[in-house]
Design a protein around this ligand. Structure first.
Ligand code: SF4
Length: 452
């Protein structure tokens, strides 16, 4: 009979996380069947989750903030990398006020497969990312679960060597190679540069001889992670940073990008488009004036109207369209957190809308498909990239007025009109068929996988 050995698949090292103790009863230690249990009141779990969700909505880890600050201080970072990092730091400061959540959207993405996949993920989940790659696993589901844990930095203390018993380990060599590869994509922290990722974790798992699942997870700029634990001594939650302002650079805003072009959105669309037509892709813009906000359901409804022979609504002809939806407006504020949503979901409407004279200037986050670039070339359209992530700062500093234009019954999916001031954006697709992301979508470098 062969020897049987049991090994913990994820053998973590000591936990160096800084926790704060919550004012909640830890539960009762019970001994039964020779074992010790902690009996926890379900109300304690509810209270712990409520406190955790509040904290991760408004505060970030000090290590994440320090990484954003390191981008600002890095002479090799591109001006656009530094601009995005500074904006995300400012967003952290607004959100730490405890009123506006740092982002109104949902967070972490889990995707599967490496170089080409990461390029196609592009900026749709708001880099700079904490990237986790898991190679191996006893099932695809387990691989993705471990990828999620790794992107939350829960597995940082795994050993750096495997063993014949088959526990997980971190592959630091491959982490370095993947980080270098992502720095060369050219995507950077959203609009060109090297900071596509803050850091990379590669976890290798045992696997069946006949299958090799690979999982990739990213934690986005709204890096909402916090560890919690309940012990006989108490209920504890990871200590997040309440004072992110200490990470802001002393000189902010000015001089971060080579050129900032002010665009007055109060002018007729023909004039706005003529101004944009003279600018190369990647140009940083500062938008002021009216924008129309419409996203998925509003697009579907307008497409139905066009299909029925009705004309394009005047608001989509006369104003640029921002793909977004606001979070609830707190008392005393002009707007709730109001960041861009991923543009790709609206791609299939663009050719039809532009042919009907609408959506000629679009504003959102993430990359677009070839059909959007072609449509912009054919109809004289533009796609502007808004920085994904700093939804609280946009609400506080850039959005002056919000009103419903149509479909109020759709709630945050209604068509809105907003007034913006110094709203940051970048030219991503122009009217000549240029697309900033097209140049960064092809693999340039092979990763040398180690044989083990
Ligand atoms: S909008 Fe961007 S920053 Fe906000 S949760 Fe989604 S991916 Fe993260």
């Amino acid at each position: 009979m062969p020897d049987f050995h049991h090994v913990d698949v994820l053998p973590l090292g000591p936990d160096a996380t800084a926790y704060r103790r919550l004012d909640l009863p830890p539960g009762e230690v019970i001994r039964a069947a020779g074992r010790t249990f902690l009996e926890i009141d379900p109300a304690v779990l509810t209270a712990l989750v409520r406190e955790s969700v509040h904290d991760i909505q408004h505060y970030l880890r000090p290590s994440h903030l320090a990484q954003l600050r390191a981008i600002v201080d890095d002479p090799e970072a591109s001006p656009n990398d530094r601009f995005v990092a500074t904006d995300l730091l400012r967003n952290a400061c607004v959100s730490a006020g405890g009123v506006l959540p740092m982002c109104q959207d949902t967070g972490t993405a889990i995707v599967a497969f490496l170089d080409r996949t990461l390029r196609s993920l592009g900026t749709s989940a708001c880099p700079p990312y904490h990237l986790a790659v898991v190679v191996g696993g006893m099932s695809a589901e387990y691989t993705l679960k471990v990828a999620k844990l790794a992107s939350a930095r829960y597995l940082d203390t795994l050993p750096s060597q495997g063993s014949e018993l088959g526990h997980a380990f971190r592959d630091h060599d491959l982490e370095k190679q993947v980080l270098e590869m992502t720095a060369q994509f050219g995507i950077g922290a959203q609009f060109g540069g090297k900071y596509f990722c803050h850091d990379v974790r590669v976890v290798r798992l045992p696997r069946h001889g006949a299958s090799l699942p690979v999982g990739i997870a990213v934690s986005c700029s709204a890096d909402r992670q916090a560890k919690a634990k309940i012990t006989p001594e108490g209920v504890f939650l990871e200590q997040l940073e309440r004072d992110p302002a200490q990470y802001l650079p002393e000189v902010t805003g000015e001089g971060l990008s080579d050129e900032v072009v002010r665009v007055d959105l109060n002018r007729p669309m023909a004039e706005i488009r003529a101004q944009l037509s003279a600018l190369p892709v990647k140009t940083r813009l500062s938008l002021s004036g009216p924008l129309v906000v419409a996203r998925d359901i509003a697009h579907a409804k307008i497409a139905e109207r066009l299909d029925a022979g009705e004309p394009m609504p005047g608001y989509l002809r006369d104003h640029p369209v921002y793909y977004a939806g606001p979070a609830k407006t707190p008392e005393g504020y002009a707007s709730g957190s109001f960041g861009p949503t991923t543009a790709g979901r609206m791609d299939s409407y663009v050719a039809q809308f532009q042919a009907a004279g609408g959506s000629l200037v679009m504003l959102a986050k993430g990359n677009r498909s070839r059909q959007v670039t072609d449509s912009c070339r054919d109809h004289g359209g533009f796609y502007l990239g808004s920085i994904g992530g700093p939804a609280a700062r946009l609400a506080q500093d850039c959005i002056r007025k919000v009103e419903v234009l149509e479909y109020p019954e759709l709630g945050m999916e209604a068509v809105w009109k907003i007034e913006v001031e110094d709203f940051p954006a970048f030219v991503v697709v122009d009217d000549k068929g240029n697309d900033f992301f097209a140049g960064v979508s092809e693999p340039t470098l092979q990763i040398g996988f180690r044989r083990s």
